[in-house]
Design a protein around this ligand. Structure first.
Ligand code: NDP
Length: 295
């Protein structure tokens, strides 16, 4: 049986970085991103560092703004609004997760939707549902589309099963694929006969946060498998993500690659593309703000 094709994302992420760098080099002022963090969770700080590194590589500015863990909802909403109102910022991210006492939905709606590069504000969610072209789409969902497009995998009319229904990953990815004409099934922890559903799909997308959960029994020959999961293999997720060496996906890569037609690796699949997609959103956000000024 022929080996599965490996759908790697690193070289596409590099291509996107080059394109963004050239675009930014042609601007009078480089775009600036605010990343707002509450508290000091090391994992969040690490993700922020990765975004800063990518920003530096392409010539975008990234400012990391920190608030204390005990900030209250009203005060935090006011601060976020002030940051969003600053004309020097083209994009604003509120780094997740927030401490338990803070309501993310209310906070993110204080960000101008044209600066909401994570695509999580109510207006951007609505635009995604309505398939409006001027919305900002969550970076992971965008990364999935970019990868499938890069490998010229048709989506229209295809049976796609997505395992995972989070607001950050599963749902927006499902809606993006639906908007592209796919026939989408969304599965989750309460889904019965999960392996039956996953085997029936032509494209299987997995985002559950369960290391190596999807094994041989969940897939079928010829399938395309996209693994969004990032899990630690030895418990020290932080160090592993820095080195990018020991993370595993939600799919048992070695077992599944023997069955399917194509599969994304972890690391090196959707992960690097997600950061690149975020900065694509920053440039898109900049142009949305520019358009609203000249209206
Ligand atoms: P969440 O924990 O928010 O959501 C997990 C989803 O998976 C839920 O909908 C849950 O179902 C479902 N689920 C959990 N266990 C099972 C199971 N055994 N069978 C079926 N469904 C299950 O996680 P996220 O969506 O935030 O992240 C998912 C994964 O993607 C993680 O590994 C995360 O690290 C990774 N990730 C990767 C990114 C990237 O750039 N590559 C970016 C963001 C996340 P229910 O709703 O019923 O509880």
């Amino acid at each position: 049986m022929p080996e599965a094709k490996i759908l790697e994302g690193r070289s596409l992420a590099r291509q996107i970085a080059e394109k963004l760098k050239a675009e930014i080099a042609g601007l009078a002022v480089s775009p600036k991103l605010a990343i707002i963090q509450v508290g000091d969770r090391p994992e969040s700080s690490l993700y922020i560092e990765k975004k800063k590194e990518f920003g530096e590589k392409i010539g975008a500015e990234v400012e990391h703004i920190k608030f204390p863990e005990d900030i209250n909802q009203d005060c935090f909403e006011n601060e976020v609004k002030k940051i969003s109102d600053r004309p020097d910022f083209c994009g604003v991210i509120v780094q997740l997760p927030l401490p338990p006492g803070l309501n993310f939905g209310k906070v993110i709606d204080k960000v101008d939707f044209r600066k909401d590069v994570d695509g999580l504000s109510a207006i951007n969610v609505k635009k995604l549902w309505n398939n409006e072209p001027d919305g900002l789409i969550p970076a992971t969902a965008k990364a999935v589309l970019s990868l499938l497009d890069f490998y010229k995998i048709p989506l229209s009319g295809k049976r796609i099963t997505i395992v995972g229904r989070s607001a950050l990953v599963g749902k927006p990815t499902a809606v993006c694929l639906l908007n592209r004409g796919a026939t989408v099934t969304i599965a989750h922890s309460q889904t019965e006969n999960l392996s039956e559903l996953t085997r029936q799909a032509e494209i299987l997308v997995v985002a559950i946060g369960q290391p190596n959960f999807i094994g041989k029994d969940f897939v079928s020959p010829g399938q395309i498998v996209v693994d969004i999961g990032i899990n630690s293999s030895q418990g020290d997720k932080l160090q592993e993500e820095i080195s990018g060496k020991k993370t595993t996906g939600d799919v048992d890569f070695e077992a599944v690659r023997e069955v399917v037609g194509a599969i994304t690796p972890v690391p090196g699949g959707i992960g690097p593309l997600t950061v690149a997609s975020l900065f694509e959103n920053l440039l898109l956000a900049r142009s949305l703000q520019y358009k609203s000024l000249i209206k």
